[in-house]
Design a protein around this ligand. Structure first.
Ligand code: UGA
Length: 436
């Protein structure tokens, strides 16, 4: 078993740390946020992520995990040190802000006491790992270490399953010591999961290329949905049929209000920046960025068009998170939609199973938005209802009850999670996406 330090207890760090502990490694998770560490030591997970609390309880019971603010001791006690701190988007340039990554790398360098394998899990632009290597060499020339890139492909909401049953593991290495320890860490996956060993730069590129491809796939189906609507075709059937071609694949063909989250929007902008710096024209990536921005704004107009005018009307928005199963509201289409509708004069009533706290913090006191404890309270007396995130509990809405509570019969389903036929039978003037 390997002794592992994971620096950073955000989504990626926490899931990876608990994931490694659950497959038998001895893990120390480190964060400079003392409150977070205190919470974790009390057995509380600071984010909403299904199955994570259970993983924590098991790891604690088996004595496989500890949480600490002391990076020095963690680095000195472990053979492998994962960097999993945030790489937020620089709002001005669009490129990834690497200040946390570099400051952690400097701290690791200062505390190297034996050969260390230093692994980047954070999504970082191409070339960053070699910069980390140079930084460590410069600040501690005698240090013995291997540098490794091990990008993470987990999805929020399914992070534990994605970590424990990945479709592939990608490891960029440049020496035997790095390769050997990574093979040891992922030994239990070897039977079921392909492990792609490659060089560091290719591993960095793989992460961005995967996210850019998926983001483009979503934009593609969203644009097809618009055309389907105009020509009288059905995008759900279209997605089903094209997805049956294994070269296309059935996943990521759900049309919606545009993609959000902490990854796709940030990563495709960062990729576009890397390309610009290298004088390469990634026109498909640029189109993806533009198509998605246009999409989110077009959703506001779609709602206004369906309602006629929204001035003074109460619009219920069900779902605030950027997708179902998460409390994350970063770049959520629901935010763009709500802000656009308020600008057009509407009052918003809203409910989300997990993301309301984050929205209350984000918007602060805003008299145009009222939060409710459940979907039924939120729709009472509304002029129309908009479904903006695909929570399972919205799939199971009691449509007859909603119809009675809502003032009028307009229902706009931006995720196509309801059966249009049933909604119409329940008396709704139902609008899905893409002619459904
Ligand atoms: C994404 C990738 O799916 C992960 O593989 C990757 O590890 C992660 O980014 C990351 O780079 O860390 P995530 O942002 O959690 O994961 O969310 P997704 O489930 O991929 O959804 C992204 C957005 O696309 C959401 O807004 C979602 O609603 C939207 N989406 C997704 C669609 O509109 N249609 C689809 O068919 C699929």
């Amino acid at each position: 078993m390997t002794k592992i330090a994971v620096i950073g207890t955000g989504y990626v760090g926490l899931v990876s740390g608990l994931g490694f502990a659950s497959i038998g490694h001895d893990v120390i998770c480190v964060d400079n946020n003392c409150q977070k560490i205190e919470q974790l030591n009390k057995g509380k997970i600071p984010i909403f992520e299904p199955r994570l609390e259970q993983l924590l309880q098991t790891a604690v019971a088996q004595n496989k995990i500890s949480f600490s603010g002391d990076l020095k001791s963690a680095v000195q006690a472990c053979q492998a040190v994962f960097i999993a701190v945030g790489t937020p988007q620089n709002e001005k340039t669009g490129s990834a802000d690497l200040s946390f990554v570099f400051s952690v790398a400097a701290e690791i360098a200062a505390n190297i006491n034996s050969h260390k394998v230093i692994i980047t899990k954070s999504t970082v632009p191409v070339g960053t790992n070699l910069q980390i290597k140079a930084l460590i060499q410069a600040s501690k020339p005698a240090a013995s270490f291997s540098i490794v890139s091990n990008p993470e492909f987990l999805r929020e909401g399914f992070a534990v399953a994605d970590f424990l049953e990945p479709e592939r593991i990608v490891i960029g290495v440049e020496d035997q010591a790095g390769q050997a320890i990574m093979a040891e860490i992922y030994q239990s996956f070897q039977v079921k999961t392909p492990i792609v060993f490659t060089d560091i730069t290719t591993a960095e590129m793989i992460k961005y290329a995967a996210n850019a491809f998926l983001a483009a796939k979503i934009c593609f189906i969203n644009e097809m949905a618009d055309l389907c609507e105009k020509v009288g075709a059905n995008v759900q059937k279209l997605a089903l049929a094209i997805g049956m071609d294994s070269r296309i694949g059935a996943k990521f063909l759900n049309p919606g209000p545009g993609f959000g989250g902490s990854c796709f929007p940030k990563d495709i902008l960062a990729l576009e920046n890397i390309a610009k710096e290298n004088n390469i024209n990634l026109s498909l990536v640029t189109s993806t960025i533009n198509s998605n921005q246009f999409r989110k704004e077009a959703m506001v107009q779609r709602i206004i068009n369906a309602a006629g005018d929204v001035k003074g009307k109460i619009i219920t928005v069900l779902g605030l998170a950027f997708k179902g199963n998460t409390d994350d509201i970063r770049y959520s289409p629901a935010l763009t939609i709500i802000e656009g509708l308020i600008k057009a004069g509407a009052k918003i009533h809203t409910y989300d199973p997990q993301a309301m706290k984050n929205c209350q913090q984000y918007w602060g006191n805003n008299s145009s938005i009222l939060y409710f404890d459940n979907q039924y309270l939120a729709v009472e007396n509304a002029d129309l209802t908009v479904i903006a995130s695909e929570w399972d509990e919205f799939r199971e809405l009691d449509l007859l009850k909603i119809r009675q509570l809502q003032k009028t019969n307009l229902l706009i389903d931006l995720r196509n999670i309801l059966d249009g036929k049933k909604a119409r039978e329940a008396g709704f003037n139902y609008f899905g996406i893409g002619g459904v």
